[in-house]
Design a protein around this ligand. Structure first.
Ligand code: PHE
Length: 489
């Protein structure tokens, strides 16, 4: 029979009992009883176990010796004959005579005649004495501790005849679910138990909500997220504020028309852009601004000849998946143009854009754009502002380019060591007056802007040759789990 069951049987026959007494009774170490109690307590309500603490008073070795042989002062008194004894001789006659002598003197049991003939002489001063200390020690031994006055007790302590220890034990009694046999509770509810209904008669182990969870095998930061965090940090440190990019769906108006992109431009074709079928259109545009956009496209204005074509609102209303985050920049710049007084701004955003591309090693149908916009009364920086943003990529090239909304425009290329070729990492330029003036921005305001892909620098930084290893269903999870943290600076 194991200790758990032995204990249960003992409780059954004794009722309530202290764990120390129980340990004595079973002749096992108290420690073992405590351990068994803990394991029985896993079964709810089998036992009631209450911790009790008390101070245990025990005789020290010296106290025990004194209990056996009498106190030093008593023995010394007894050693004195009726006519007294020479001090020197008395001190040799009993053990611990020195202590005994001073105790007997202060109890006025004995007297010392220093000038006696033949040397100092000790005599009894009283007829008889009682060994008080001895009877106190007897009481300690008999555990009638309440009989000992506090003063005496502290004297015994001072003489190191008794010691006090804090003792912790447990008062044990039967619980409401007391049993003599412990059935191991189930830890799992299995489909079989449910099917057979056997779960109804089983006991289940209570859930341990304090247990540590299992480390998940996933949950790694994707390289793109790490790079995004780095870029965001760089922008914030340079005083840029983040534009709200929480709309993947955009109207052609903000994505193209606001950017002076003509309605017959090839990028506005289903070959390049994803159009939405439901909802297919948007209609809520600032009317006066829409009119100014229409005018600048169809007949010109603000010093421009325009494109001279029949601008149609139906084309502007078409919903698409935004093809660039410059749509968001357009919205923000329009808002800026509505303010009474122009104040210079620096904006950025890092989010997804969608293009109907032919997929290959470096192209996906969706990617992240890092967009930056700086608006000020004069040209804020040299044209290659984006150079510092290609952080970490050492080999950079710039090439004149064309965008309907910027002049001049410049494409940025970075050298990919693995692919051994130059890959485009971004595009930039100065926004045209045909875009800014209809928004209400003052004529002398210059706005430079750029859009970088987040994936391209990630591929270059992490030496990934195929963008499909980085994102999408064919992702290489090892790349995600093993790549180091990103440092661009
Ligand atoms: N919108 C451009 C693109 O998608 C990037 C760009 C942003 C260019 C701002 C100039 C100014 O490639």
């Amino acid at each position: 029979m194991d200790l758990n069951e032995t204990i249960l049987q003992a409780i059954d026959s004794h009722g309530s009992i202290d764990s120390l007494k129980l340990a004595d009774l079973l002749s096992v170490k108290h420690q073992a009883v405590v351990g068994a109690l803990k394991s029985i307590q896993c079964f709810e309500n089998v036992l009631n176990v209450e911790q009790v603490s008390r101070i245990d008073v025990k005789l020290t070795a010296e106290g025990q010796d004194m209990l056996n042989n009498g106190s030093y002062e008593y023995n010394l008194y007894k050693a004195i004959p009726a006519d007294g004894i020479l001090h020197t001789e008395l001190m040799k006659s009993v053990p611990n005579a020195k202590i005994g002598f001073s105790k007997a003197m202060s109890a006025k049991w004995i007297a010392l005649d220093k000038k006696a003939e033949g040397g100092p002489r000790v005599t009894r001063k009283v007829e008889s004495v009682q060994d008080q200390v001895h009877s106190l020690l007897q009481k300690v031994q008999d555990l009638s501790l309440d009989d000992i006055p506090t003063q005496e007790k502290s004297d015994l302590k001072k003489r190191k005849l008794i010691s006090e220890d804090k003792v912790t034990s447990y008062q044990i009694s039967k619980g409401t679910a007391f049993t003599l046999t412990l059935v191991k509770p189930e830890t799992d509810l299995t489909p079989e138990m449910i099917a057979s209904g056997s779960w109804k008669s089983k006991t289940f182990k209570p859930l341990n909500f304090d247990a540590m969870g299992v480390m998940p095998s996933g949950g790694y930061l994707h390289p793109l997220l790490k790079i995004r965090t780095e870029y965001r940090q760089i922008f914030l440190e340079m005083g840029f504020s983040e534009m709200p990019t929480n709309n993947f769906i955009e109207s052609s108006f903000w994505n193209f028309d606001a950017l002076f992109q003509p309605q017959q431009h090839p990028a506005r074709d289903a070959h390049d852009t994803f159009f939405l079928s439901n909802p297919a259109t948007s209609s809520n545009f600032p009317e006066d601004y829409l009119q100014r956009v229409k005018k600048v496209h169809s007949v010109g204005g603000f010093g421009s000849q325009g494109y001279k074509y029949n601008w149609k609102v139906e084309e502007a209303q078409k919903n698409i998946l935004r093809t660039h985050t410059t749509a968001v920049s357009a919205r923000c710049l329009y808002k800026l143009g509505q303010q009474k007084e122009f104040k210079p701004v620096r904006y950025f955003s890092i989010d997804r854009v969608f293009r109907n591309e032919t997929l290959d090693n470096t192209h996906l149908a969706e990617f992240h754009q890092i967009e930056g916009v700086i608006a000020d009364r004069h040209e804020p920086m040299s044209a290659n502002t984006s150079a510092y943003l290609s952080a970490g990529i050492k080999k950079l090239r710039f090439k004149p380019a064309y965008n309907p909304y910027t002049e001049p425009s410049m494409e940025i290329f970075g050298y990919h060591n693995g692919l051994k070729k130059w890959v485009e990492i971004g595009n930039s330029g100065i926004f045209r007056p045909e875009m800014l003036l209809p928004m209400g921005l003052p004529e002398d305001v210059v706005v430079i802007a750029w859009g970088l892909s987040l994936e391209r620098p990630a591929m270059i930084k992490y030496g990934i040759d195929n963008i499909r290893d980085l994102i999408g269903p064919k992702i290489n999870l090892a790349v995600v789990q093993e790549n180091p943290i990103c440092r661009l600076r």
